[in-house]
Design a protein around this ligand. Structure first.
Ligand SMILES: NC(=O)c1ccc[n+]([C@@H]2O[C@H](COP(=O)([O-])OP(=O)(O)OC[C@H]3O[C@@H](n4cnc5c(N)ncnc54)[C@H](OP(=O)(O)O)[C@@H]3O)[C@@H](O)[C@H]2O)c1
Length: 407
């Protein structure tokens, strides 16, 4: 094997790129070389990096499990389609709070360690945080579309180490070039909710730019991160959007373009919505009680769909284990889908799915001025526990963002 440094000199390649190649080759051939975890070099710095600052948890629990460290393991590129991104900004979603509490541990640990060969608690120290806006520092051998220095945004799947850290590793299909008109702090508010909205409304409900103008959409619980993003995508595509929220969010949702905004605490929201012209698609960001009546607001026998984001899948696997939990989940979704199908409407569950191409679409919409991030509050990196507390208190109006590097 040619020494990477000689190869760099011969081919005039960046030294870091060749070092990555060297490390990957050594790893794949199980060569007894220096430990890649303990030797890092980036093109921006000659400093060797083995550790990085991050907020981690070492066990599940309340806010006091959050621990700041300057010694978190530096991420490594395991596959040739991965990149390392320097995190400039991140943001919080309800899943960060629930994951901190231990939600989804069984299913997420299976995804992290499919053969179940690692010991219990191997996910710790765990880094939370699903959104990132930042700059590519290093790329795997298969990647040519992105290069070091590119400004990107992404939503990191929950089984991977998160973004409340200085660096994060991502697959190329999870990232997208950041909108040019946004700062990193603004951009970090969108990826996770945008990918969720895309998965729920495009992939699950079957909406598109072409079929939206004829559709009536209802967004239940529209004042949070997902709802504010969903309204904007649907309006950008020409749909007629009705949204529900608390009174103090009504103006916000109107400024985002919603045609009809209803305060769910005023009168009987169920009766009010049932009295309106029926809907083609309902996105439910609240779940629970709403599920019992919301499907009555759909136009029957017309392909109308109800998509809820509040599903029992991870709760079932936490409670019953992976096999019984999945069985229970299958029975629940099957029963509900069948019951509602007999009444002429479709019942679906919506899930976040990482999706770089969907973020490309959002990037264009943002730069065209059709979608904007809705940011309620920005916290500094050192204030992460306060940000968690804020989101845990509920009543979000858009997103809570963490600025890690200014801009
Ligand atoms: N399945 C998935 O993969 C997935 C992905 C993303 C999100 N989610 C889930 O989807 C839900 C929404 O996510 P999010 O990020 O938008 O959460 P969020 O930012 O916390 O927003 C929820 C919003 O709903 C409002 N709300 C609460 N009860 C309501 C009701 N009965 N009617 C109307 N509005 C109500 C809240 O404000 P007020 O309380 O002040 O009214 C808040 O603004 C969360 O439960 C989240 O866990 C699931």
């Amino acid at each position: 094997m040619l020494c990477p440094l000689k190869r760099a000199a011969c081919l005039n390649e960046p030294v870091t790129f060749c070092l990555t190649a060297w490390l990957q080759l050594c790893k794949s051939r199980k060569l007894n070389t220096f430990d890649s975890r303990h030797c890092r070099m980036f093109s921006t710095s000659t400093q060797l990096r083995t550790v990085m600052p991050a907020w981690v948890i070492d066990k599940y629990g309340k806010n006091d499990v959050l621990r700041f460290t300057t010694n978190a393991s530096f991420p490594i590129i395991d596959y040739p389609n991965e990149v390392i991104v320097k995190v400039h900004a991140a943001s919080l979603n309800p899943i960060d709070i629930t994951m901190r509490n231990g939600y989804g541990t069984v299913a997420l640990n299976i995804r992290r360690d499919p053969l179940n060969i690692k010991s219990t608690g191997n996910e710790f120290p765990l880094i939370l945080g699903r959104d990132v806006s930042g700059v590519i520092m290093e790329r795997g051998l298969d990647i040519s579309y992105y290069k070091p220095g590119d400004e990107v945004w992404a939503a990191v799947p929950p089984w991977k180490q998160g973004t409340f850290a200085e660096f994060v590793v991502l697959s190329a299909n999870e990232i997208s070039h950041k909108p040019k008109t946004l700062t990193h702090t603004q951009a970090a508010a969108l990826p996770y909710v945008a990918a969720t909205v895309w998965s729920a409304l495009v992939n699950t409900a079957g909406l598109s730019k072409e079929n939206c103008p004829a559709k009536r959409i209802l967004v239940i619980g529209a004042s949070g991160g997902v709802g504010t993003c969903a309204i904007q995508l649907m309006k950008a595509w020409g749909a007629n959007v009705t949204a529900t929220c608390s009174k103090n969010a009504v103006n916000l949702l109107k400024t985002l373009g919603a045609d009809h905004v209803l305060d769910y605490k005023e009168g009987c929201i169920k009766t009010t919505l049932k009295s309106l012209k029926q809907f083609d698609v309902i996105l439910d960001c609240v779940g629970g009680e709403t599920e019992k009546w919301a499907l009555d607001c759909l136009k029957p026998w017309s392909g109308a769909k109800y998509v809820t984001l509040v599903t029992p899948f991870l709760l079932n696997t936490d409670r019953l284990g992976i096999a019984d939990g999945m069985l229970q989940t299958g029975v629940t979704i099957g029963t509900k889908a069948l019951k509602h199908l007999c009444r002429g409407v479709h019942y679906r569950w919506g899930f976040f799915a990482p999706n770089g191409p969907a973020l490309d679409e959002f990037s264009e919409l943002v730069d065209a001025g059709k979608v904007r991030p809705v940011i309620e509050q920005v916290f500094q990196f050192s204030e992460l526990p306060q940000a968690f507390q804020k989101v845990e208190n509920g009543h979000s109006r858009g997103k809570t963002v963490i600025s890690i590097i200014d801009g």
